[in-house]
Design a protein around this ligand. Structure first.
Ligand SMILES: [Zn+2]
Length: 260
């Protein structure tokens, strides 16, 4: 019996970038606009947040923006993020505050997935132990050391596990060293798999195309994870949600509407 009650996709920012960042070896010179998402999962055993978006201050404060999004060092460029897209603003529309979040689950620690940790205080933060290690190296330029330097209650994970009944972590390395996806059993509708950046676009799933950025160029790992997610979706009759696909995102319930 699932503990899940509701699932809200939260649009925390948008980002324009070269499509080859999402589809390895494909779409060079083509610009796409991608949503940067978090997902709030309400369960009978507390509220879980999947990813936390970007750090708003690094975008809004000119000095921080110049430091972290220096075009010479970060050619992908800064996302577009408004005050109303910050997590606390989403929570407020539901009558909640950051203190009402019980657990943060991070698919990985890139800037557009872990930057908003500073806006969610106090709760346990689940991430794969290999991801923490890769972020601290750092293994690539999309890790912003400052994002995960705070005094957070890290709960490093290794094996696949149930966060609560009906919410299962799935190891999907490839895009990063310790990437994880999440299988969510809804109370009424079909299960949902949040692919995270194991699949940015529907195209990554349909055509089995790896993300542009692969940990240590391990395209094989990324492709194995895409196939694993597809197999899991087939076994569980789950919908498989790509993470940075604007056209797909537009088919989802618009906040504060939710999936149940
Ligand atoms: Zn990423």
């Amino acid at each position: 019996m699932t503990a899940v009650l509701r699932l809200w996709p939260l649009l925390t920012a948008t980002h324009r970038y070269d499509k080859s960042i999402s589809t390895r070896g494909r779409g060079q010179g083509e610009r796409i606009e991608a949503p940067i998402l978090a997902y709030l999962i309400e369960t009978t055993q507390g509220r879980i947040l999947f990813d936390v978006g970007c750090d708003y201050q690094k975008l809004a404060d000119p000095a921080l923006r110049a430091k972290w999004y220096d075009p010479a060092e970060f050619p992908m460029g800064p996302p577009q993020m408004s005050e109303e897209q910050r997590l606390p603003a989403h929570f407020a529309r539901l009558g909640l505050t950051p203190a009402d979040i019980d657990l943060v689950f991070l698919s990985h620690l890139h800037f557009d997935h872990a930057g908003g940790l500073c806006d969610v205080c106090g709760c346990d933060v689940h991430v794969h132990e290999a991801e923490l290690a890769a972020a601290h190296e750092p293994a690539d330029d999309a890790y912003f050391a400052d994002d995960f330097a705070g005094d957070y209650r890290w709960k490093p994970q290794r094996d696949e596990y149930d966060l609560v009944p009906g919410v299962r972590a799935i190891n999907t390395p490839g895009h990063t060293a310790g990437h994880m996806s999440l299988l969510i059993e809804l109370p009424q509708g079909r299960p949902v798999i949040l692919a995270g950046d194991a699949a940015d676009l529907t195209e990554n799933l349909e055509d089995e195309i790896a993300p542009g950025l692969c940990w240590r160029d391990r395209e094989d790992l990324a492709l194995a994870s895409i196939r694993k997610l597809k197999a899991t979706a087939a076994e569980t009759d789950a919908e498989l949600w790509p993470n940075h696909d604007m056209a797909f995102w537009r088919t989802l319930r618009r906040f504060p509407e939710y999936h149940a």
